[in-house]
Design a protein around this ligand. Structure first.
Ligand code: SF4
Ligand code: SF4
Length: 88
């Protein structure tokens, strides 16, 4: 899986080879980011990526590990480093 676009424009990525199209993620999303795919068994269609609030429910509910990936915006990907680990 390649991450070539900015997370904010594509907060949700599906792995079409793993996704079974069960639509559990569609049903649990409270802001209707995606809809069921008209092609049965295919990953849902992301309609409103800008509505995603990164709650992670869709990833938690998915029964297939790796079928759906949530990408947080870059500004939310800050990693805190303990002061003791910094060079002095
Ligand atoms: S992270 Fe939350 S808001 Fe975003 S698509 Fe998944 S369920 Fe919906
Ligand atoms: S819950 Fe997982 S397997 Fe089901 S449609 Fe969503 S990504 Fe695919």
């Amino acid at each position: 899986m390649e991450f070539t676009e900015m997370p904010a424009s594509k907060p949700i990525l599906f792995d079409a080879e793993k996704c079974t199209g069960c639509n559990s993620c569609v049903e649990i999303c409270q802001v209707d980011v995606f809809i069921p795919n008209p092609d049965k068994g295919a990953p849902p269609v992301v309609l409103f990526p800008g509505e995603c609030w990164y709650c992670g429910s869709c990833v938690v509910v998915c029964p297939v590990k790796g079928a759906i990936t949530l990408r947080h915006p870059l500004m939310n990907q800050v990693h805190w480093v303990e002061k003791s680990h910094l060079a002095t």
